[in-house]
Structure formats: structure tokens, C-alpha cells
Write a protein that binds this ligand. Structure first.
Ligand code: HEM
Length: 498
């Protein structure tokens, strides 16, 4: 009986996938769109589930396979999906209000998933409006002391723990980023915590385990099934994270002094009462849970992508002695000028460090590609491709950054590509933080955190990169670009100018 049911199930699955694949192919061909024939039913998701490849790599292969196509359709069960390659089309997608949704679904009760990254429509608009003030230049200037303090403590941590100076570079960097974002979200404590309990949820949240890969694929391939199965992304971290945030909020209510961190902003939002979107009248209550969900995502974004940003820069600095010398000279000079202290103004003066960071975010963008979903029927300008409401589109990041058409000799690390003028003209071909209305809200914060970390580290250590046999590889991740097979060694500096 069991064998019969198994055979029946397999036959049914094969039939559905055969006819589903035919449907997908016809759907895109009818619209004059090239169809990616590999796995016609489940497209890149099947490849991701069955091979040891990062998701961004599958798009990179498609990018190279169809050099002349403005877009490529692919199988994604019964929800038509499109890989948009052409620069003008990508620009259109990134900027048009028709593509304001990212296309992630989450279920009621998945409290930590109710964050800006996942939100859609007017709910997203209202939350983005409320959170934007946290990241203005003046707020960041006020917060800079927090990042600086964490970076100083990180240097001390490396000095006191020589075993941390070689091996597990990414993990060690994420302890710094966790301490820094932890202090920014919860307020600074007397000493940064490098064995923070928050590392577990932040690392776990987007960790590509078999189960999280299945959940990610179901979410992308068949959102209705995701809803029916009532799947949750972050349930296991709710009690701990929301509990911690509540504790901080209640403590802060009793305190008089302003700390200029996320907890302060949350309290002021709560004090103002119900949040209202003026144009539509849509309202939301700023509950502890809703605000904790925003803090949770800031935490995860502040740790993994920021650590990757720092790792990428150190890898390249550690294998280009001339760049290392130049960036250290600039850092030493600025430290000297500001009496050995790193202020917001001091970091802004480090122009070469800024170029090095821009270039390393080009070579190793921490997020490999972007997603959007159209909320109305629309038409892409190049190719006049008609898209139905609900179509999910995927756009390149890594692929553009490594395309010789946009960056000459893309595998060469050259910070001089990033003069102010050149940056302005790059548009969507350079977007480590995304583009348009849904661009990373924390980009300025992240740049400061990473640069503060790099400035203190390079002021105190030389770095040397060790690439293991086989060269730099990338982990099997859903959206991240995570470098493997490479380590950075920190060597205490003997001579520096301050
Ligand atoms: C180097 C570090 C970081 C990188 C490379 C990065 C990159 C990105 C990218 C590519 C997106 C998608 C943008 C788009 O769809 O156009 C994004 C979204 C977002 N990021 Fe970051 N991020 C970083 C750090 C941070 C930090 C530290 C925070 C918060 C403190 C943050 C908060 C967000 C939020 C809230 C969104 C969703 C924005 C929205 O949908 O409106 N990110 N980030």
C-alpha cells in the first residue's frame, strides 16, 4: 500500500511539474520573453536546493548565459517570475512605485518578520517614514560615539586574545558588528560584549540550513502554500528578542538622559501614540512587539552584511601592500590631527578609506541580488514586456559589479574607480545597498560602523590575507554573498604616527 501511494505521489508530482513547466514556458514565450529552460517548473530554486551553490551564483550564470536578453523568464511553480537584466529596465523597476513591494510573504503571528524589509504596501510606507529619522546625518553623528567605542573595544579584544588574530575571521568580525549594533539598538554599556547572546539569533536568522532553504523556496515559489502551512521565519527567537527589547524599553522609561539610540526613538514613537499614514489614513499601533521586530532586523542587518563588508575590505587590503600602506597613512594622519581620537568628522575626512570600502563592496557586495513584486499591471520599457500584477522580479547586484561592460577589469581591486564623479554616473550598475525607495535604510549607519572598525583595526594592526587552496569561494546562501576559504591575519603594528 505504502509503495503504491509513493508511486502515485511521484507520478502526480512528475505530472504537475511537467505540465507546470509547460505552462511557465508558454507564459513567457507568449510575452516574447526568453525562457530559461533548465528546471522549467521550479527554475533556479531547484538548482539551489539540489546543488552546493549560492543563489546569487545561479543568477550570475544566467546573466552570462543570455548576454543579449533584456529579461529572462524562469519557472517558479505557478507564480511567473522574471530575471531583469537590462540596465534601463532595472532602473525602471527600482524607481517605479509599481514595484514598491519586495514580494516576501509572512504569516500573522510571525512577530519578528513584521519588519521593514518584509513589509509591503502602505504598512511598509508608514514604518519606513517612522524609522527614517533614526538614520539622518545628525542622528548618526550623535550615535558615532557608540560605534567608536565598540571599535576601540574590538582592538583591545584582539590585543588581549591573540588566538582571535588568525582563523575564523568572519566570525570574529561579526562579534564586533554585533557589539556595535547591540550598543546602537540597546544603548551603550560600560564594555562592549563580544560573546553576546544576540549573536545566536542574528546568525541563525538567515542561516542557510536545510529547513530554512526549504522555507525560503516555498515562500518564493508558492506564497499561498506558505500561508496555508502557516510557516514562520523567526518564531524561535521571539521570546528572547522581544523580551530583551521590552526590558530595555521599561528601563528607559525610568531614565531621564537621552542616549540617542534605537531604544530612545522607539519610546518617542510610542509616546506619540497611534501611527497614521496621512494620505491613506492607515494606522498602526507602535506596540513593543512591532518595534522589537524593527530592532531585530536592524540587528541582523548590522551583523552579517556589515561583517561581510568589513571582511571584503580587509581581504583586499591584506593582499595589496601598496593599498594597505596608503590607507594606513591616511588613517594615521587623521588620528594625529584629532589627537588620537576618532570622531564623526575625522572619519568623514578619510577619503581613501571611503574609496577602499566602495571598491570592496563592489567586489564583494554582501547581498547578491534584489527582489521586487509589481502591484499593478505594467510594461518594462526595453522590449515592451508586459507584466501582470503580482509578477516577482529579480535584479542583479553581483552580476553588474563584475561585468566588464560597467567596470573595466572587474576582478582587479582598484579603489581609484570611485572618484565622486564616477560614483554619480554608476546608477544601478553599482548598488551594494540597493536602489530607489526601498534602498537600505541603514546604509549610512553601516558605512560608518564598518569604517570605524577598519580605521581602529588598521591603526593598530597590519593585515595579511591567506587564501586557501582553490581560491576564494562563496557559501551556499539564500541572498548573501559570504566569502569562504580565506582568512585575514592581524599583526600588531610596530610603527605608527600616533
Ligand atoms: C554593509 C552593510 C549592509 C549592506 C550591504 C546592506 C544592504 C542592503 C540591501 C542590498 C538592501 C535591499 C535594498 C533594496 O531592495 O533596494 C537592504 C535593505 C535594508 N537594510 Fe541594509 N545593508 C547593510 C546594513 C544595514 C544596517 C546596519 C541596517 C540597520 C541598522 C540595515 C537596514 C536595512 C533595512 C531596514 C532594509 C529594508 C529597507 C526597506 O525595505 O525599506 N541595513 N540592505
Amino acid at each position: 500500500m505504502i509503495v503504491f501511494l509513493l508511486l502515485l505521489g511521484t507520478a502526480l508530482a512528475l505530472t504537475v511539474s511537467y505540465f507546470g513547466g509547460m505552462y511557465n514556458e508558454r507564459y513567457w514565450r507568449k510575452r516574447g520573453v526568453k525562457f530559461h529552460e533548465q528546471n522549467k517548473f521550479s527554475g533556479p530554486f531547484w538548482e539551489y536546493m539540489t546543488k552546493k551553490v549560492p543563489f546569487f551564483q545561479i543568477f550570475h550564470d544566467m546573466y552570462k548565459e543570455y548576454p543579449n536578453e533584456p529579461v529572462v523568464g524562469f519557472g517558479s511553480f505557478f507564480s511567473p517570475s522574471l530575471y531583469v537584466k537590462d540596465k534601463t529596465n532595472v532602473q525602471f523597476v527600482m524607481q517605479s512605485p509599481v514595484f514598491i513591494d519586495r514580494g516576501f510573504e509572512y504569516n500573522d503571528g510571525d512577530q519578528l518578520a513584521d519588519n521593514i524589509l518584509f513589509m509591503s504596501g502602505v504598512r511598509w510606507k508608514l514604518m519606513r517614514q517612522k524609522m527614517t529619522p533614526l538614520f539622518t546625518a545628525s542622528k548618526l553623528k550623535n550615535m558615532f560615539y557608540i560605534m567608536d567605542k565598540s571599535a576601540q573595544d574590538f582592538v583591545e579584544y584582539l590585543q588581549n586574545n591573540p588566538e582571535k588574530r588568525i582563523g575564523n575571521t568572519f566570525e570574529t568580525l561579526s562579534t564586533f558588528c554585533c557589539a556595535a549594533i547591540g550598543a546602537a539598538v540597546f544603548g551603550i554599556t560600560s564594555k562592549s560584549t563580544f560573546d553576546s547572546p544576540f549573536l545566536v539569533p542574528t546568525r541563525g536568522a538567515f542561516n542557510p540550513t536545510l529547513w530554512s532553504n526549504i522555507r525560503f523556496s516555498i515562500n518564493s515559489l508558492t506564497p499561498p502554500l506558505f500561508k496555508i502551512l502557516k510557516l514562520k521565519f523567526f518564531k524561535e527567537y521571539e521570546e528572547f528578542f522581544i523580551g530583551a527589547m521590552k526590558q530595555v524599553f521599561r528601563q528607559r522609561e525610568k531614565e531621564e538622559t537621552k542616549k540617542h539610540d534605537f531604544a530612545d526613538i522607539c519610546l518617542s514613537i510610542q509616546k506619540s501614540g497611534t501611527m497614521r499614514h496621512d494620505e491613506t489614513g492607515y494606522t498602526m499601533e507602535p506596540t513593543d512587539e512591532l518595534l522589537a521586530a524593527q530592532g531585530f532586523f536592524f540587528f541582523t542587518a548590522g551583523v552579517e552584511p556589515a561583517a561581510t563588508g568589513m571582511f571584503g575590505a580587509l581581504i583586499e587590503i591584506g593582499r595589496h601592500p601598496e593599498i594597505q600602506k596608503k590607507v594606513q597613512q591616511e588613517i594615521d594622519d587623521v588620528f594625529s590631527k584629532y589627537n588620537g581620537e576618532l570622531s564623526y568628522d575625522a572619519i568623514v575626512e578619510m577619503e581613501y578609506l571611503e574609496k577602499v570600502l566602495c571598491e570592496s563592496l563592489r567586489v564583494y557586495p554582501p547581498i547578491g541580488y534584489l527582489t521586487r513584486r509589481c502591484i499593478e499591471d505594467t510594461e518594462l520599457p526595453v522590449g515592451n514586456i508586459k507584466l501582470k500584477k503580482g509578477t516577482k522580479v529579480f535584479t542583479p547586484i553581483y552580476e553588474y559589479h563584475h561585468d566588464p561592460q560597467y567596470f573595466k577589469d572587474p576582478e582587479v581591486f582598484d579603489p581609484e574607480r570611485f572618484s565622486e564623479d564616477a560614483k554619480q554616473s554608476m546608477g544601478v550598475t553599482y548598488m551594494p545597498f540597493g536602489y530607489g525607495p526601498r534602498i537600505c535604510i541603514g546604509a549610512r549607519y553601516a558605512r560608518l560602523q564598518v569604517k570605524a572598525g577598519l580605521a581602529h583595526v588598521l591603526h593598530n594592526f597590519d593585515v595579511r590575507t591567506h587564501v586557501h587552496k582553490g581560491g576564494i569561494k562563496y557559501g551556499k546562501d539564500q541572498v548573501q554573498v559570504r566569502m569562504k576559504n580565506v582568512e585575514v591575519e592581524y599583526i600588531p603594528r610596530k610603527i605608527k604616527s600616533t
